[in-house]
Each structure stands twice: as structure tokens, then as C-alpha cells.
Design a protein around this ligand. Structure first.
Ligand code: FES
Length: 137
């Protein structure tokens, strides 16, 4: 697995996504409340561009008339037939045990850690023996 720079922090607003071609795949990178998630942009149902679907919150209900809204912008609805997926896990909400969309690890790192520059000076071991400084080349 290789690593790819896909965006600068701040480029993807919270609740939004960026769809890109990376490593030969089309991938959606989502930003939700300071966290980032990446999914393959292909719905496991019939192949729609899943990552261009609508982002929604999770709605839980224990009984009719009682419901709770949570996890703002973490549920993704496929634009073709409305199947819903959790952007954290890729798990389908309609058939969680069987259907899942591929997810990829995402991290945020300082630019200096990613690009160290092309020029590196050659170094050699140096030691001191008695009154002499020695360099091993
Ligand atoms: S192609 Fe996504 S739900 Fe059918």
C-alpha cells in the first residue's frame, strides 16, 4: 500500500468531500467534524459513483415517535437507488453483514514529514583513537 497526498487541510470543508483518482482508483475523501475518511467511489450494488451521493446524519429510533439524530454527515446515500453506507466503516446500512464498500486509511501529517528535499549530504563515521581523529570512508 503506497501513500498519496490528496488535499491540504482546510481544502475539504467539514461535511464535504473531494473525489479524486489515486493509485488507479477513484476515491472519495470525506471530512466530518475534524476527521477524514476515504471510500472507493463505486457502489457495491450496481456501480454508481457512490461518493457523489448525499451525506446525512444517523437517525435512531426505539419506538414510533421517538428518534435521535447523531453522527452529522457520516451516512452516505447512493445517488442511484438510495442504499446507505457508513463513511467510517464502509458498512451498508441496509445489509450490514454482507455489503460493504472498500475504505482506505487517512491521516493528516505535516508537509515537512512528507517531503524532506532531494539533496542529502554524505556522512561518514568519525572516531577518536588516542590523539588522532579518524574518518571511515
Ligand atoms: S448503484 Fe448504488 S444503490 Fe444501486
Amino acid at each position: 500500500m503506497s501513500r498519496h497526498v490528496v488535499a491540504k487541510v482546510g481544502e475539504i470543508a467539514s461535511g464535504q468531500r473531494k473525489i479524486i483518482d489515486v493509485g488507479g482508483r477513484r476515491v472519495g475523501v470525506f471530512h466530518s467534524n475534524g476527521e477524514y475518511f476515504a471510500l472507493l467511489d463505486r457502489c457495491p450494488h450496481q456501480g454508481a459513483s457512490l461518493c457523489s451521493g448525499m451525506l446525512m446524519s444517523l437517525v435512531d429510533s426505539s419506538e414510533p415517535g421517538d428518534y435521535r439524530i447523531s453522527r452529522k454527515s457520516e451516512m452516505l446515500r447512493c445517488p442511484w437507488h438510495g442504499w446507505e453506507f457508513d463513511i467510517r466503516t464502509g458498512q451498508s446500512w441496509c445489509e450490514p453483514s454482507k455489503i460493504r464498500v472498500k475504505t482506505y486509511p487517512v491521516s493528516v501529517e505535516p508537509g515537512a514529514d512528507l517531503v524532506k528535499g532531494p539533496y542529502v549530504a554524505t556522512t561518514y563515521p568519525v572516531s577518536i583513537e588516542d590523539d588522532y581523529v579518524l574518518v571511515e570512508i
